[in-house]
Design a protein around this ligand. Structure first.
Ligand code: ADP
Ligand code: MG
Length: 592
């Protein structure tokens, strides 16, 4: 049970504030997480880790020399938003590029992925290595689908040490990938964890039972067992991990016995004492092991065993010193404090000189966003009901939160005379931060991508509209990785893009190209009723969804229809200032 708080809704934020106050020699607060409070060496790679809160010392406790440069910290068990990851990574960047590394969870992948696109677009070279060590979450031949648990530590430690040694981004990334490929974990739970303010735990394990392979957010385990003795538990964990060992494994391993929240250190030590002889019996030598709380799950009663099969290079970086609030090893020379801009300065907007054409287009974009908000509000309930059939029923409310925030950000920036790039990137960021859910991350990133594609130019041509539609589409397919037929919004998005391009290339005006494309999207959305969902939250309830269209595809159809109607009516481009823009943005290539 979590007991110490004023308001449960502020738990993660206030805990992080107190953590920073108590560890000011290591970390400083930035919007969305924490960054080292000591100097980074210029030109070094910045390892940026993160995820939901509730896993301390992961993730903020692992920030310091020899380990992470910064951590993006979300709400309890919830991914940080893309904008937060972006700001944290920007504060951490020392000129050598950024490596994002975090456990493989859908929400984190979308939000960190979106931040990565944005960092790269701004010229901060950014790569990602996902941690996928949990052998209970998918078979070995689908290792890329596995979740990340305590194996976070091995990947972060080795990547952090490589960055500290001055290796370049290619090498730091390569070492992180190798470490992840050679790391395996398996966890057990004896009792659930309770979110601050909740009266019931997220899950329960029956008395006298143990759940094998349960996830660190209470995701169901793979099997239930009568509570074993320590020796039996060691035998079970070791044998399962060894059966899953990587192909190129050597005979030197790191072993980590990790407590998930309420198992006492003495118990963890006792178990470690049983684990090592079993590894030795299997011909393995244990190198610099760890035993303690490293990746936790609030007050969950449980533990995990992690093995990392070393090679010479990995062993050197595993053994290297590190100095963070929660993880210290060897000796590192003291660092000078870095001059931190205050939080206000860090978020203060850089000034922008918008061109007249881009500011015009920015006003049109804001007006379009207001239309998008209206149509979502009109259909909020219907979209929620559709999502409740096989999903979690939040598509209406999630889209509503997203478009409310996006329309407000769009309006504010357009009124200030911002470029279309600024209007759309701010709107997309607001959408993603406020909406939550898969669709929020996807729409947010797509709106940002369209804004970046339109940029801040002296003039706009018809081809720019096609480029924006393409960037919008690519952002969603690159982030969400859904294929046609998976029953997602992509099933409406791709027909929209194709119809739009064809019409625009054929000389149609912007309004009529949009109308043709929106009709194609609406029809394709209708046809998703015949499909079974293969992605997203609806996947486990695929049969229930048959006969009903996909909510994300339906909302996409509705939104694009509304935009087309608005542009075709000329409402957004009626005043004299905007007529030039209408000519540039609205007419097809052969229509001059
Ligand atoms: P959540 O699924 O997180 O509850 P929403 O309910 O707001 O989010 O959105 C659900 C919609 O998101 C689905 O109907 C589908 O169209 C879309 N979606 C889910 N996963 C993906 C994906 N990987 N790629 C594209 N669209 C997706
Ligand atoms: Mg949903």
């Amino acid at each position: 049970m979590t007991q110490i708080f004023d308001n449960p809704a502020d738990f993660a934020d206030e805990a992080l504030d107190g953590f920073v106050a108590a560890n000011r020699g290591y970390v400083a607060r930035v919007d969305g997480g924490v960054v080292r409070s000591t100097e980074m060496t210029p030109g070094h790679v910045a390892l940026v880790i993160g995820g939901g809160s509730g896993h301390y010392p992961a993730f903020a406790g692992l920030v310091g020399p020899g380990l992470a440069a910064a951590s993006a910290c979300g709400n309890m068990f919830a991914s940080p938003a893309a904008g937060q990851v972006y700001r944290v990574a920007k504060a951490a960047n020392a000129g050598g590029g950024v490596l994002l590394s975090y456990g493989n969870y859908a929400g984190d992948v979308l939000h960190f992925g979106q931040a990565q696109l944005r960092l790269n677009a701004e010229g901060i070279e950014t790569r990602t290595v996902l941690v996928t060590d949990d052998i209970a979450s998918a078979p070995l031949d689908q290792i890329e689908k596995r979740r990340g648990i305590a194996g976070d530590l091995t990947v972060f430690k080795i990547a952090g040490a490589a960055a500290e040694a001055g290796l370049n981004l290619d090498d730091v990334e390569r070492l992180a990938i190798t470490t992840n490929h050679r790391t395996r974990s398996l966890g057990v739970a004896f009792g659930g964890c309770t979110l601050p303010g909740a009266s019931e735990p997220l899950f329960n394990v029956p008395d006298g039972q143990m759940s094998l392979g349960l996830g660190i957010h209470g995701e169901p385990g793979i099997s239930e067992h009568p509570m074993p003795t320590a020796s039996e538990l060691a035998e079970l964990l070791v044998s399962r991990l060894l059966a899953d060992k990587p192909d190129d494994a050597g005979d030197r391993v790191v072993a980590i016995v990790n407590g998930l929240g309420t198992v006492k250190y003495d118990e963890l030590f006792l178990l470690f004492g049983k684990v090592e002889p079993l590894l030795n019996k299997a011909g393995l030598t244990v190198v610099e092991p760890e035993c303690g709380e490293l990746v936790t799950s609030l007050d969950m009663s449980g533990l995990s065993l992690t093995l990392l099969w070393l090679d010479d290079e990995l062993e050197q970086f595993w053994a290297a010193p590190a100095d963070t609030p929660a993880y210290r090893k060897g000796n590192l020379a003291p660092r000078t404090r870095r001059e931190m801009a205050g939080p206000e300065a860090a978020t203060a907007e850089e000034t922008e000189k918008a061109t007249a054409a881009s500011a015009d287009l920015g006003r049109l974009a804001a007006a379009v966003l207001a239309q998008v908000r209206d149509v979502v509000v009109e259909h909020e309930e219907e979209l929620g009901d559709l999502d409740a059939i096989a999903g979690d029923g939040d598509h209406g409310i999630g889209m509503r939160r997203g478009v409310d925030a996006a329309a407000a950000a769009g309006k504010q920036n357009a009124a200030a005379g911002a470029s279309v790039e600024r209007v759309l990137t701010e709107a997309g960021e607001a959408w993603s931060e406020r909406a939550g859910g898969t669709s929020g991350a996807l729409w947010g990133s797509a709106v940002i991508a369209a804004g970046l594609a339109l940029g801040n130019r002296e003039s706009y041509q018809a081809a720019d509209a096609s480029a924006a539609v393409t960037a919008f589409t690519d952002a969603i397919t690159e982030l969400g990785k859904a294929e046609p037929g998976d029953k997602t919004m992509v099933d409406a998005l791709l027909p929209f893009r194709d119809a739009f391009r064809k019409a625009a290339d054929g000389g149609a005006s912007l309004g009529s190209a949009l109308a043709i494309a929106a009709a194609a999207a609406t029809e394709a959305a209708r046809q998703t009723a015949d499909l079974r969902p293969l992605k997203g939250r609806a996947r486990p309830l695929a049969e229930k969804s048959l006969g009903h269209p996909d909510p994300g595809a339906v909302s996409f159809g509705l939104i694009t229809e509304r935009i087309a109607t608005y542009i075709e009516s000329g409402a957004g481009t009626s005043d004299a200032d905007n007529s030039k823009l209408a000519a540039a943005a609205g007419n097809g290539a052969k229509n001059d």
